[in-house]
Design a protein around this ligand. Structure first.
Ligand SMILES: Cc1cc2nc3c(=O)[nH]c(=O)nc-3n(C[C@H](O)[C@H](O)[C@H](O)COP(=O)(O)OP(=O)(O)OC[C@H]3O[C@@H](n4cnc5c(N)ncnc54)[C@H](O)[C@@H]3O)c2cc1C
Length: 552
């Protein structure tokens, strides 16, 4: 493989690797490829780096994994020098960090912004991908890496009359770059997932009135966000080797925290309650790791769910509103739990109302109102906090055709099929970062991104060193992995929820549990073992074998 990009005899630029997306995955992938001497071109449809943090600029947007951990670990200088200001950094600061990384590692010169990848076709004779972009150009590459993001395809709900609404309509996942001012406006927020829960308290401080349209009540834990002290930052900096090692190798979810050694039913009522109370006071995602069986045992799970339901009833003064806000149709944690700042307390404000659209679905949107239960709720602006076509949505928007002209959308029509979440049989030399079948959205995603990027980088070096040109998941290995992913999920409470992990938020999308729930540490070990056994389950071929196969 070449160090310089070159042109083919048709004049198309040729790269070793095309990377799609310039979020944290695409940026680190580019950095590693460069370091290994591969030529790479990154295409990004946005005008800047940062992915999630470029698009999701809604009020209140911030990470829910603590910033000292939700950050790159590949450069010790970077992690020692960057100063996170708060326990959970707000979106502008995370975007600033992404830009800092792009500058520090001089990434921009190989990223083409404002350019969508629209099509990628594999040529079996030459083992090359042709990649066509929205500027009408086609380039070729030996490898394509989809760093397109699990939560990057914002879902616009299909509600009658939405396009007719005369006020401003905003999607949290596509927030404008200019400041949005809700002062004096009556705002409707549709959706109560993480983005709705983060934004409602902020919007309520500005708007004259906010109506929250809720289909599913959510479990949410207080963030207890606060400024980071020097002492806290320095503790992480001094302990990063162990913090990062634990997150990568030992943890279930890529987060450094205590590992529980007992189940919820091993403690009596008082002890259990005081443990939950301590985690509630601490705040954050580690609420779910107080016991080791909350994701496995419904009776154990109920104790945690009851605790949170009681908290909601304590915080929200109006009993009918409190009852509506109490989730009771899914086990706690079977949908990603939300981390909030004053979400439930916001419903005590006189200018905030909750409307139950599970019982009374939205009938239609008129020029000035949302109609539900036969009643019009007049609004000046609408916020769609309706989430994403998760995990597969952005991949599905690219016309990808592999061996024999089969498209990835055809192959995944009944749900995504991958080996290790990294490759799909029939699509040689095409990698997905944090793809379905890997821990991805169940983890601190930067940990999972770094693991995939490092694995792919090692794999490409191995292929170059051994004069290998094509690599492909074997169908048997893929079938076994898909079965394993499903088996592991079936032993947990996760499939009991109609969640976006299951594709349940998208009408018509097949219901299968997409991420791998076996844990970040064990998953990494599996991937490492596969590589150590000569990339077991992947077929790798050199140029001569490819030519022989084409001739026969
Ligand atoms: C509001 C919000 C908060 C989150 N908080 C956390 C958190 O606290 N902790 C955590 O672990 N995870 C969190 N996540 C998940 C987050 O998506 C990941 O942590 C991480 O940022 C993903 O990085 P990525 O590079 O894989 O994908 P993304 O950041 O989504 O980047 C993908 C990029 O690919 C581009 N792209 C897609 N298709 C194409 C195409 N065809 N052509 C060109 N470009 C394309 C997109 O424009 C996008 O910029 C959050 C997600 C959201 C939405």
């Amino acid at each position: 493989m070449s160090v310089q990009s070159s042109a083919t005899n048709t004049g198309a630029a040729r790269y070793d690797v095309v990377v799609v997306g310039a979020g944290f995955a695409g940026m680190y992938m580019l950095h590693r490829l460069r370091g290994l001497g591969f030529t790479a071109r990154v295409y990004e449809q946005g005008s800047g780096v940062g992915g999630t943090w470029y698009w999701n600029r809604y009020p209140g947007a911030r990470c829910d994994v603590e910033s000292m951990q939700y950050s790159y670990s590949f450069s010790d200088e970077l992690q020692q020098q960057w100063n996170w200001s708060e326990r959970y950094a707000p979106q502008p600061e995370i975007l600033q960090y992404a830009n800092h990384v792009a500058d520090r590692f001089d990434l921009r010169r190989d990223i083409q912004f404002d350019t969508r990848v629209e099509r990628a076709s594999f040529d079996e004779r030459d083992n090359l991908w042709s990649v066509t972009t929205s500027d009408g150009k086609t380039v070729t590459a030996r490898f394509v890496v989809l760093a397109t993001g699990c939560l990057s395809n914002a879902r616009k709900p299909d509600i009658k009359g939405l396009d007719r609404f005369e006020g401003k309509v905003y999607h949290t996942g596509h927030w404008p770059h200019d400041e949005v001012d809700f002062t004096g406006l009556r705002v409707g927020v549709i959706g109560t997932g993480s983005s709705g829960i983060q934004s409602v308290p902020m919007i309520a401080e500005e708007a004259s009135h906010v109506t929250v349209f809720q289909r599913t009540a959510q479990f949410s834990i207080p963030a207890r966000n606060a400024g980071l002290t020097d002492e806290e930052r320095n503790w992480f900096r001094a302990n990063y080797p162990e913090v990062r090692r634990f997150a990568r190798e030992q943890s279930k979810n890529g987060i450094y925290t205590e590992m529980p050694d007992r189940g919820a039913l091993d403690d009596g009522d008082n002890k259990r309650r005081s443990n939950y109370e301590a985690r509630w006071q601490r705040g954050g995602l580690t609420f779910m790791t107080v016991y080791n069986n909350l994701a496995l045992d419904k009776t154990a799970n109920d104790t945690a769910a009851d605790f949170v339901r009681d908290k909601i009833a304590e915080i929200v003064r109006d009993p009918a509103t409190a009852q509506l806000l109490q989730p009771n149709d899914h086990p706690i944690g079977s949908k990603r739990i939300c981390i909030d700042t004053d979400y439930f307390a916001t419903f005590n404000r006189p200018n905030v109302a909750l409307v139950d659209i599970k019982t009374n679905p939205i009938e239609e949107i008129t020029k000035t109102a949302i109609r539900t239960g036969g009643k019009d709720i007049e609004l000046d602006a609408l916020v769609l906090a309706t989430g994403f076509d998760a995990m597969t949505g952005s991949v599905a928007k690219i016309a990808i055709s592999g061996r024999g002209g089969q498209t990835l959308n055809q192959k995944w029509a009944d749900g995504p099929r991958t080996y290790l979440g990294l490759m799909s049989a029939g699509f040689p030399n095409l990698f997905v970062i944090t793809g379905p079948g890997s821990p991805s959205v169940l983890s601190n995603m930067i940990v999972s991104i770094e693991q995939h990027v490092d694995w792919i980088s090692d794999c490409l070096s191995h292929m170059r060193d051994n004069a290998l040109e094509a690599m492909e998941a074997e169908r048997d290995a893929e079938d076994r992995w898909v079965a394993h992913v499903n088996d592991v999920a079936a032993n947990t409470l996760y499939p009991q929820a109609n969640s976006w992990y299951m594709g349940a938020n998208i009408p018509g999308k097949p219901r299968i549990f997409m991420p791998y729930i076996g844990g970040v540490g064990p998953y990494r070990q599996i991937c490492n073992d596969v590589a150590a056994r000569g990339y077991e389950g992947f077929a790798m071929t050199g140029r001569r074998q490819t030519q022989q196969a084409a001739a026969s």
